[in-house]
Design a protein around this ligand. Structure first.
Ligand code: HEM
Length: 516
């Protein structure tokens, strides 16, 4: 049975009157009253004005006037699909999460792919990280793995996110995206170098949503039934392979390219599939890494992946707005056995998504079919705009002997010890360039050339020589060949770059201290 029907929102037409008589359904106003004219307003004679008492007209325009809700503040351009996740391993040694309890267990999913910066309706092939958000309707509540196609991120502390997005979004003055603005931001953000080489490689312009991998990016804490903790990173591997577009192909692609491809393949019965992989590390192993294990600008390179499941997308939602636009993915939607790690980005995201969704969609966002858990929701929340799902409730408080609700301490967050000085200070073991260099050196020659060309395209239009030099100095510290080729492409003198590298190395500690 299609998921849409299971959630009680099937697309069957309400035939009302008319069905029995064999006529098309009678049109009504929202109050259910039949209407007599849907083409002509109530006007005072042939040449006279339209009357305010035409409640059919007024309601129709008023409903139309309210068709838009605010678009997502980021990731506004996206596409959703329904499907199923099938666990392929018994993961109970590391997590009590019920969706991973035994091989073969199936959990319905809703997935939304997206770009990040550009508005709803923008070309889907714009260079960007691409969102890969999965909502698992598990039998212990919804788990949202809200990731991207790239394995790392630009920044490592949520407090920087609004500044970074402001720099990448159109200028508040000209309403145009401007590389002068975002490269000025990145020239003060060396840790972004790893993400920049990823996003300016052809991975920033996927050939299809079906040919992207997905990454949870952050470490998560997994807890088993005995309370034992390991940390984990999740990755979706595309069975379709990873395929990207180069600049020439992007220029030729139509604006709706990625949605047409995804929906076309689902309609043709060619369902895309991904393998879900996990990397796990014990708290002791994490300490041995040469970088901070909770720094989302780093991958856990060299840590083996273990396959834990498969996901297939097999249904296009019956209504784009109702499912895809109103979907609310939130890193705070966790289930027992999966808990936050101390990653400073993840910690900020735990707040930000549910907060924006209560504003973007409304306080009762979780009652909409796309967001509603497929298990009973039992709490004392109430009211708010468009409350309709709560039924007859008198005992809306806790505790009560009249009508008890219970909680089970087994579901409480796993206790952990903190012994630290609370302070605003950067993380230790920052290592901003090492993995960016490894990524570049692993590229094929043609992909290296595309990366240099793509970077030169945006960095080349920056007017500030200071910004250009500093940016090239970061890419040089990642890999000398990359820096040299980029400097040549955008005509930045290499002696200036060398000076910036030397200055960076001599002042890096002071620079970080100054950023508090
Ligand atoms: C969407 C905030 C970092 C992936 C969003 C939205 C907000 C947001 C406010 C809009 C949500 C909505 O309206 O429903 C933040 C903040 C971040 C951050 C504050 C850093 C502290 C990240 C990272 C990733 C990511 C690191 C990838 C791992 C996504 C995705 C969506 C999204 C995929 C779209 C979800 C959908 O399809 O509806 N983010 N974000 N974000 N973010 Fe982030």
């Amino acid at each position: 049975k299609p998921l849409a029907d299971q959630a009680g929102v099937s697309g069957t037409v309400d035939a009302r009157a008319g069905a029995s008589s064999g006529r098309s359904p009678q049109m009504t106003r929202d109050n259910g009253a039949p209407i007599g004219s849907n083409r002509n307003s109530l006007a005072a004679g042939d040449m006279g004005p339209v009357l305010l008492e035409d409640v059919t007209l007024i309601e129709k325009l008023a409903r139309f006037d309210r068709e838009r809700i605010p678009e997502r503040v980021v990731h506004a351009r996206g596409t959703g699909a329904l499907g199923v996740f099938r666990s392929t391993a018994d993961l109970s040694d590391v997590t009590k999460a019920s969706l991973f309890a035994q091989p073969g267990k199936e959990t319905p999913v809703f997935v939304r792919f997206s770009t990040v910066i550009h508005p709803a309706g923008s070309p889907e092939t714009a260079r960007d990280p691409h969102g890969f958000a999965v909502k698992f309707y598990s039998d212990q509540g919804n788990w949202d793995l809200v990731g991207n196609n790239l394995p790392i991120f630009f920044i490592r502390d949520a407090i920087q996110f609004p500044d970074m997005i402001h720099s990448l979004k159109p200028s508040p003055v000209t309403n145009k995206q401007d590389p002068n603005r975002f490269f000025e931001f990145f020239s003060g953000t060396p840790e972004a170098t790893n993400m920049l080489v990823h996003v300016y490689s052809n991975l920033g312009t996927p050939a299809s949503y079906r040919t992207m991998d997905g990454n949870g990016v952050h470490a998560f804490k997994l807890v088993n039934k005995d309370g034992k903790v390991v940390f984990a990173k999740f990755r979706w591997i595309s069975r379709q392979g990873v395929k990207s577009l180069n600049g020439d192909a992007v220029a030729k692609a139509p604006a709706n390219f990625l949605t047409d491809d995804l929906y076309g393949s689902i309609a043709a019965g060619d369902y895309p599939t991904w393998d879900l992989m996990v990397q796990t590390m014990s708290p002791e192993e994490l300490g041995a890494l040469p970088y901070n294990p909770f720094d989302d600008t780093k991958e856990w390179l060299g840590v083996p992946f273990r396959k834990i499941g498969e996901m297939t997308l097999n249904e296009v939602p019956e209504n784009f707005f109702r499912w895809t636009e109103q979907s609310a993915f939130a890193p705070a939607n966790l289930v027992p056995g999966i808990e936050p790690s101390p990653d400073r980005m993840l910690q900020g995201r735990l707040f930000s998504y549910s907060d924006t969704q209560r504003y973007r969609v409304g306080a009762n966002v979780m009652d909409l079919p796309v967001n509603k858990p497929r298990v009973p929701v039992v709490n004392n929340y109430q009211d708010g705009a468009l409350d309709h799902a709560r039924g007859k409730v008198d005992v809306n408080y806790f505790p009560s002997v009249t009508e008890g609700k219970s909680v089970d301490p087994a579901f409480a967050p796993t206790p952990y010890k903190i012994d630290a000085i609370a302070r605003t200070a950067p993380i230790s073991k920052t290592e901003p360039f090492d993995q960016a260099g490894q990524f570049y050196r692993a590229l094929k020659p043609a992909d290296k050339a595309d990366l240099v060309k793509n970077l030169a395209g945006d960095l080349g239009v920056v007017t500030s020589m200071r910004t250009k030099v500093i940016m090239v100095s970061y890419f040089t510290q990642a890999d000398k060949d990359l820096g040299t080729r980029l400097a040549k492409a955008i005509k930045v003198p290499m002696n200036e770059v060398d000076r910036a590298v030397a200055e960076y190395r001599s002042t890096v500690d002071a620079r970080y201290a100054g950023q508090q």
